[in-house]
Design a protein around this ligand. Structure first.
Ligand SMILES: O=C(O)CCC(=O)C(=O)O
Ligand SMILES: [Fe+2]
Length: 276
């Protein structure tokens, strides 16, 4: 058997699940070695996972500051339809108008490229089976239209627009999915991706169309799935002021069963972020 060097989402989920269920780190490493990983690689992966999970996440420092059923941004009245405290997840409607959704899709359609993921053992970008969507990016404040959305999103996420990465557009065709993963960086990714902005702390996934069937955003640690609906969005927060990361934020995009799925994703960093 060839040596495994890549820690995919399934292995990451498996490690944190077993540690969370009380398995000793040594037994988890042993099972990984049996599964084809090098001892040193397995130890490093388990250590990282332990570090992220050992301190129970302090939900007292949640950044999302809106109270009540709605969020009034400078140009939109967003409605809150569901909320989960642990992990911290907010589902909301009326974030984008139908016209805004259609326009984002139209502007992206011809620019799509196969989505890439970061290889956590080398920090390099790579194409992986974990992620079978196609995507493209807009620069922060790229034009007046994107600027207006970046401002609204920043008001919803309670973080300055400069802390955001450029809005990412993803398109999933039937069968395409994004297997469960964390949005924060781990392992070798840290060196390559932290940059000036530091760690990722929160995500807003905006749904740009109604999907025929499937394509839910799933949170497997808590058994929650959010159905995509044009103009609505799901917000989740996983990095706090204490530098802790919330492993319950594990999430994925379930396979699309009918139709196609279009989303826009905004990732916020701890500080102002300039892409290199
Ligand atoms: O496709 C989805 O619903 C989730 C997307 C996602 O996890 C991401 O863009 O980071
Ligand atoms: Fe994600």
């Amino acid at each position: 058997m060839g040596q495994q060097k890549v820690l995919n989402g399934e292995w990451m989920q498996w490690i944190s699940h077993n540690l969370g269920n009380g398995c000793t780190p040594d037994s988890v490493v042993e099972a990984m070695v049996e599964g084809g990983f090098e001892q040193a690689f397995a130890e490093a992966a388990v250590q990282l996972s332990e570090k992220a999970t050992s301190s129970t996440f302090d939900y007292g420092t949640i950044h999302f500051a809106h109270i009540g059923h709605s969020i009034r941004t400078s140009d939109q009245k967003v409605r809150i339809s569901a909320r989960l405290d642990k992990p911290f997840i907010i589902v909301m409607d009326n974030v984008l108008t139908d016209e805004e959704c259609d326009r984002l899709i139209a502007l992206s359609r011809d620019k799509l490229e196969r989505s890439r993921t970061v290889n956590p053992s080398t920090g390099e970008d790579m194409i992986v089976e974990e992620r079978t969507s196609w995507g493209t990016f807009f620069q922060v404040n790229e034009d007046a239209f994107i600027s207006r959305l970046d401002r609204r999103i920043s008001e919803i996420m309670c973080r300055p627009a400069e802390n955001g990465e450029g809005l990412q557009i993803l398109n999933y065709q039937v069968g395409a999915e994004y297997k469960p993963h964390f949005d924060y960086f781990e392992g070798a990714e840290l060196d390559n991706y932290l940059g000036s902005g530091g760690q990722r702390v929160s995500t807003l996934v905006l749904y740009l169309n109604d999907v025929g069937d499937g394509g839910e955003t799933t949170f497997p640690e808590v058994g929650l799935s959010v159905a995509p609906r044009k103009g609505s969005a799901v917000y989740f927060e996983y990095g706090n002021e204490l530098g802790q990361l919330d492993r319950l934020s594990l999430h994925g995009g379930a396979p699309v069963k009918a139709g196609e799925k279009w989303i826009a994703t905004k990732w916020m960093r701890q500080r102002a972020y300039t892409s290199s």
